[in-house]
Design a protein around this ligand. Structure first.
Ligand code: GLN
Length: 552
């Protein structure tokens, strides 16, 4: 059976979680099934290990202190002086042990290996309690149960391009002075570590040469696990942890995926029209979901970033040239995506994008806010309600197409976000969405929003050709829209990007790429034919309009 890896990510910041952090500053907020809001590392673990994590898998300084202070207030410490050592460090270790037992791979079994990512840099004031907790943890679990991998940078300097080992030597020294002795070094560098550099590191850092991993630049991210395998990382980890291999290591899918990505030739341009376009980490899961879908459809993905405030009218007066350029990107794209977002800036631009995509039959996919703007555009331009808007942006709009619909309190903002996995029921089998989701009656996707399509206006929208093909269990919350007579005008209230995995592209992202590359109708027909003869379907999706054939 596959060993179930369990990642954890102690983040040495005082925020309780990443939910309140700006995507400009910290990259995207990654949402988990249970509604936990973590930073983007959690997404990388879920995607690479194909696991499903919980909010407790993300440990932050804020959460640990909160739990210690709560215990103190309850009187659990029985009058003792509460200190960082041992109380905070004990709390960290207890937390790790507790969370380490949670099944994450869908088998319901307790994981055998737990990955603890200690974020930050050794020597930081913020990470000190975590380093101390893990130092103690070595004794709690015994040396045969702990493998310490130190990640460091090997910069290349000077005109001869010499690989410098000094930063690694220094951080290893610092780590050792804190009582942590690295079993392995993972050295991030531009090119493969030279033999002499490896030897120098081994000598000065007190690790055997075969425990030093060269993590150099590769052509795509899926080569990284192959890089680790080629250097025998798994063998060192297993022998350190005294684990016996149960099956030969089979990474053919990773190899095929990495090779295929590099060999893709035909471009597909997707205009991603949002607000945080300056920092692509703000949309990391969206990018990943587009990549998964691009491989599945045999296209080389080109993302054209569009800041929608530059599409708006006032901007055209300030900088007409840029305005025209950016509209050029939107018009030339094969498909358009409007991702999630908060607040008003750039909203009118997004509405203009929707109008363009709708009237020009350009494949469009809207996620969360991307669905809300599509509905507002429809209300304004098809239903003739020129002042239609979302209550998030225009509280006093006479035609609230998108309204505040918390699951709990209607009067308090805090904790009123609809967060985590919720069910969508498909209202018909006769929709692109149903075909892309392979005609399941329902599915669960992750949410993160406060506002929703106004259910009172739905009958009017439907009459004018906007279909609500997915709804929640009550039928009151709209989850997926499609436009009649358009090749692909699809948007959803949830964030499907969080569950997209390599080899299992998210259905609606796949739909966008299929439509953008002219393969959607072939896929949809093929799927219908296939499912008739197969009587069902597997998780993998067909590449390049060849329904049912295996893909990576
Ligand atoms: N701001 C919108 C809401 O709260 C959309 C949220 C999002 O796109 N994640 O409903």
């Amino acid at each position: 059976p596959p060993p179930a890896g369990l990642p954890r990510s102690p983040d040495p910041y005082l925020n309780i979680d990443a939910g309140t952090m700006s995507p400009f500053e910290h990259g995207e907020v990654f949402v988990l099934d249970d509604g936990g809001e973590g930073d983007l590392d959690l997404g990388n673990y879920e995607r690479f290990l194909d696991v499903t994590l919980t909010r407790d898998h993300n440990i932050t300084t804020g959460k640990v202190y909160q739990s210690v202070i709560e215990k103190e207030r309850r009187g659990d410490y029985l009058g003792k002086t509460v200190q960082v050592v041992p109380h905070v460090t004990d709390a960290i270790q207890d937390w790790i042990e507790r969370v380490g037992a949670i099944p994450v791979d869908g088998t319901g079994r307790r994981p055998e290996v737990c990955i603890i990512e200690l974020g930050g840099t050794v020597g930081d004031i913020e990470s000190a309690p975590f380093v101390e907790a893990l130092r103690q943890f070595q004794f709690r679990v015994g040396p045969e149960n702990m493998c310490v991998i130190h990640v460091s940078l090997v910069p290349v300097l000077g005109s001869v391009g010499e690989q410098k080992t000094k930063p690694t030597q220094h951080t290893v020294q610092t780590l050792r002075s804190l009582g942590m002795y690295p079993t392995m070094l993972a050295c991030r560098s531009q090119s493969m570590l030279e033999g002499s550099v490896r030897e120098k590191l081994a000598l000065f850092c007190h690790v055997p040469t075969d425990h030093i991993l060269s993590i150099h630049d590769v052509s795509n991210i899926w080569r990284v696990p192959l890089l680790l395998r080629d250097q025998g990382a798994h063998r060192v980890i297993m022998s350190t942890l005294k684990l016996a291999p149960r099956q030969p290591l089979d990474m053919r899918r990773w190899e095929a995926r990495a090779d295929r990505w590099d060999a893709l030739e035909e471009d597909v341009h997707i205009a991603v029209c949002g607000k945080y376009t300056g920092l692509s980490d703000s949309y990391l899961s969206v990018i990943k979901a587009l990549q998964h879908a691009a491989i599945a459809t045999n296209r080389r993905l080109v993302i054209d970033w569009v800041d929608t405030s530059e599409l708006e009218l006032p901007f055209s007066d300030v900088n007409p040239q840029r305005h025209a350029e950016v509209w050029g990107l939107v018009k030339a794209a094969d498909g358009i995506l409007v991702p999630g977002g908060f607040g008003g800036r750039g909203t009118e631009g997004k509405i203009l994008v929707c109008e363009y995509a709708r009237t020009n039959k350009k494949p469009y996919f809207g996620v969360c806010l991307g669905m809300q703007v599509a509905v507002i555009e429809f209300a304004r331009n098809v239903c003739g309600l020129a002042q239609a808007h979302s209550q998030e942006i225009d509280k006093a709009t006479p035609h609230p197409a998108v309204v505040f619909m918390p699951e709990g309190s209607r009067t308090h903002l805090g904790g009123t976000m609809r967060l985590g996995a919720r069910r969508t029921l498909l209202t018909t089998v006769d929709s692109i969405t149903a075909k892309l989701y392979q005609a399941m009656d329902s599915f669960d996707e992750r949410h993160r929003h406060r506002y929703e399509v106004n259910p009172d206006m739905v009958p009017m929208f439907e009459e004018k050709g906007l279909r609500f093909v997915g709804k929640d269990e009550t039928g009151v919350r709209m989850e997926v829209i499609e436009l009649t007579g358009h090749p692909y005008y699809v948007a959803c209230q949830f964030h499907p990007e969080f569950k997209s995995r390599p080899g299992k592209p998210s259905p609606l992202f796949l739909g966008l790429l299929l439509a953008a590359s002219g393969q959607l109708s072939q896929y949809v027909h093929g799927y219908v034919e296939e499912s008739r003869s197969r009587g069902g379907s597997g998780a993998d999706v067909a590449p390049a309009g060849m329904p049912g054939s295996p893909m990576m």
